[in-house]
Design a protein around this ligand. Structure first.
Ligand code: ADP
Ligand code: MG
Length: 827
């Protein structure tokens, strides 16, 4: 292998280039060859000079240009990593942190002990670690322990264009940490990397950096991508449209991988199944077998005379009308497809004509989404089996974080599934919306990595012009209580003065402070002085001792409060499990997805029935049942661990294996945190914990209530029924609209009078999920800040409109009934 010579030594005659240190890296020839093709290699000298001369540098380059994998290597070679200085790289997505650390370790021929990763649940960091990939949340936690980040020599904030909440906040914090380190004589380098050139929120922001950092643009050696818009107005059935488009590409166009962007896991699976059915391919076969397979396949197709499509004008793809149901239609073959130079290379004596009449290789279809098991995710990086065409059906993860090799065709449905929050109430819903123009261009760019490519947009150019230019930063779109607690733990009291790249809306900040005060995480401001002063005091409360404990747990403040309370009656292991399960979410498989065949419908139905039966068992007997969905979570985790947490057990019982593994890890991590907070707890994880006693189940309900105090709901009584839409409905403290227990809840039919819920999700109605029963007399005892004692107010304070237009009522109104029933409660 030829040793790698840094560009600045080989090519530069500029005196300012200081190749002072050079740490050799032993790369394999294949890796070295692949690296040299990456556009960023040509910029190594410019980048390294900029870094050496500036404390903060911004690097912009197309996805796939080599930022994530190469910049850490440049720094390593230039001696930035050492036994007392790590190169840290943050990623907004866990998938990226794990897979990029593995990739870089492989490229550098170094062990995972040196190039490591840390995500919330796990990591392989050692004392020898010199390059550390982590999620942005992990670095934020580290700042809490060591504000100056003294163990890092360089911090790289990757994927800054995604504008994830923690990335934004890290940039704000680092803008202060970098000068502090400078003062101490231990300079820290900050590198911000972005896939787009839109970095003015970082550069044109005089609150952020005193000196505008240089922006280095990496010219991506991107091949031209021809973008084809659909002529027609977009269809609702974009999945079906994707299917048809993939079929056309696969049958008509030369070899090259296909990447399809859809919005969610269920859609991805449905399309994968449909495509596999249309272009079958047997897994696990060898190359010869797969050639044989293709031959047989072609024969069978010839017999059935499966259609190919009528002639397509490739240069004018968008004008070809979409054939409805073309996959099932019988048609004459067309051997004269423009641009078709399909090379099957079967060598089995098929005639020329034969080849062209049936251009369909088996399609090697792979799903890709963030919840997919890592070993399945890794498959997309490997070459597809010989004689097949790769087709990856992905969600947004493939947009910028991961670059799949060999993609020539992109099919973009133009949509993305996003979680939307009401800034004040925190009510969330998943909505499928149009992407931004920036996203659409990112997606298209994925087709031109290795050769000229094509992007088929399933929407018209007029619709594209109506897209937002960029999507809004996450911090402006979600509740921020977790962020505010972390900031208060850093003693940033006046959050409003923090140098956010884009500040969160004032009402979201106020709602977060209010919640944290109610949870006891912040010291309550004195109720003296004018209202205006009171309000101002509310927005700059210092953290309380309880808040400090809560901030050490890597979970949302509401859950952290539960953990902080659950030392009594040996409830901690159960509280940890419940909190882990609530944090990991989606424990159970989704069986309501659309099926492709009757057979599959029946199978899904059977599996669903089995899951429902198990959930009833996990819900326990008698008083235990009052813990409701949380008891189901406990039971499911307990049962799964009892069976050794195997994939088989999960599949048989409708549990999501990956979720179960994550819960196990999070339980371990929370247990460690508890032990470090209260050193005498001596807690250990007993995977096969016994079910809680009835008394413990009751304590747990109280603990959950204390954490989710603002999530109490009361069933609407007969005399209050305003109209039919309130039948079986609940009233909550935060909303004026009726909410309902989700049909998947074990308490769906019982309709208890008072419940506490984990979250409200808006689908066709507002549904509460993660529900358990609350005894009314607990409320004034455990949640005094939420109660009015005495008579209800005649004129409640004015309500105000929240972002979704829903009226938020004066908080305590729900509890009037409680106070009437309990005049004797002393406070
Ligand atoms: P950027 O960060 O600029 O988007 P990356 O550094 O992630 O670019 O990727 C550079 C190249 O490395 C891409 O061509 C990509 O295909 C390749 N690559 C990244 N991860 C892997 C992997 N796990 N296996 C094979 N190739 C990979
Ligand atoms: Mg990257």
């Amino acid at each position: 292998a030829s040793p790698h010579v840094p560009v600045c030594q080989a090519a530069s005659n500029k005196p300012s280039c200081k190749p002072a240190v050079f740490i050799p890296v032993d790369r394999s020839p294949e890796i070295q060859e692949a690296r040299l093709k990456l556009p960023i290699l040509a910029e190594e000298q410019v980048i390294m000079e900029a870094i050496s001369e500036n404390p903060i540098v911004i690097i912009c380059g197309e996805t796939g240009s080599g930022k994530t994998t190469q910049v850490p290597q440049f720094l390593y070679e230039a001696g930035y990593a050492s036994s007392n200085g790590t190169i840290g790289i943050t990623e907004p997505r866990r998938v990226a942190a794990v897979s990029m650390s593995q990739r870089v370790a492989k490229e550098m021929n170094l062990s995972h002990r040196v190039v490591s990763y840390q995500i919330r649940y796990e990591g392989n960091v050692t004392d020898e670690t010199q390059i550390k990939f982590m999620t942005d949340g992990v670095l934020l936690k580290e700042i809490q322990k060591d504000f100056l980040l003294s163990k890092y020599k360089v911090v790289i904030i990757d994927e800054a264009h995604e504008r994830s909440m923690y990335t934004d906040i890290l940039i704000g914090l680092l803008s202060r940490i970098v000068p502090l380190r400078e003062k101490k004589g231990l300079p820290l380098k900050l590198i911000i990397m972005s896939a787009t050139l839109r970095v003015e929120d970082f550069t044109d922001n005089n609150r952020l950096f005193s000196v505008t950092p240089p922006v280095i643009q990496v010219d991506a050696r991107q091949f031209p991508v021809t973008v084809h818009f659909n002529k027609k107005t977009p269809l609702d059935d974009y999945s079906g449209e994707c299917f048809r488009k993939v079929c056309k590409i696969h049958r008509m166009l030369p070899s090259g991988g296909i990447l399809v962007f859809l919005t969610g896991q269920a859609e991805v699976h449905a399309l994968c199944r449909r495509l596999r059915k249309a272009f079958p391919f047997q897994k696990n076969n060898t190359a010869e077998e797969s050639v044989e397979e293709i031959r047989k396949f072609k024969k069978s197709r010839k017999r059935k005379k499966v259609m190919t499509l009528p002639k397509i004008d490739l240069d004018n793809y968008s004008v070809v009308p979409v054939d409805e149901g073309d996959e099932d239609r019988d048609a004459e073959t067309d051997d004269d497809i423009a641009g078709s130079d399909i090379d099957l290379d079967l060598g089995d004596g098929d005639s020329e004509e034969d080849e062209k009449s049936d251009s369909s290789l088996p399609l090697y279809v792979l799903p890709l989404y963030s919840l997919l098991a890592p070993e399945k995710q890794a498959k997309v990086f490997r070459a597809p089996p010989p004689g097949t065409r790769l087709c990856v059906v992905a969600t947004n993860v493939a947009e910028t974080s991961l670059t799949i090799p060999g993609i020539k065709y992109v099919v973009d449905c133009g949509k993305v599934k996003k979680r939307f929050y009401d800034k004040i109430t925190g009510v969330s819903s998943f909505r499928v919306t149009w992407i931004s123009q920036a996203s659409a261009n990112q997606r298209a760019g994925r087709a031109g990595r290795t050769e000229p490519g094509h992007c088929y947009r399933l929407y018209s150019s007029a619709v594209f012009m109506d897209f937002e230019k960029f999507s809004a930063p996450e911090i402006t779109k979600r509740p921020v209580e977790d962020l505010i607690l972390q900031m208060k733990a850093l003693n940033i009291e006046k959050v409003i003065n923090f140098p956010f790249p884009t500040p969160p809306p004032a009402e979201a900040l106020a709602a977060a402070e209010e919640l944290l005060i109610a949870l006891g995480a912040l010291k309550e401001p004195p109720m003296t002085g004018r209202l205006k002063q009171q309000l101002a005091a509310k927005l700059s409360c210092p953290i309380s001792p309880l808040g400090r404990i809560m901030a050490t747990f890597p979970v949302a403040p509401r859950y952290a409060k539960m953990l902080a309370l659950s030392r009594q009656h040996d409830c901690l292991p159960y509280a940890i499990t419940i909190v882990s399960a609530m944090t990991v979410r989606e424990l159970f498989e989704e069986f309501d997805r659309p099926a492709v065949s009757e057979e599959e419908t029946a199978k899904l139905k059977g599996k669903k029935a089995r899951l429902l039966q198990m959930q009833r068992i996990w819900a326990g007997q008698g008083p235990m049942q009052k813990l409701g969905d949380l008891m189901v979570m406990l039971g499911a985790v307990g049962a799964c661990e009892y069976a050794g947490c195997t994939r088989k057990f999960c599949e048989e019982n409708g549990l999501r294996y990956k979720a179960m593994l994550e819960i196990r890890r999070l339980r371990g991590q929370l247990t460690t945190t508890v032990n470090s907070v209260c050193t005498d707890a001596g807690l250990y994880v007993d995977p096969k914990m016994k079910p809680p006693t009835e008394a413990q189940a009751t304590y747990l309900r109280q603990i959950v209530l204390a954490g989710l105090g603002d999530h109490v709901a009361r069933r609407v009584q007969a005399e209050e029924l305003l109209d039919d839409k309130w039948k079986n409905a609940y009233k909550t403290a935060l909303l004026d609209d009726p909410v309902f227990i989700h049909p998947s809840s074990v308490l769906f039919k019982q309709l208890p009078e008072f419940v506490v819920y984990q979250e409200i999700l808006e689908t066709t109605k507002l549904y509460m999920k993660g529900v358990s029963v609350v005894e009314p007399e607990w409320i004034p005892a455990l949640l005094p800040p939420y109660c009015h004692f005495g008579k209800p107010l005649e004129n409640p304070p004015p309500s105000y409109c929240s972002e979704t237009g829903r009226i938020r009522c004066h908080r305590p109104s729900v509890f009037y009934r409680v106070s009437w029933q309990l005049p004797a409660v002393e406070v």
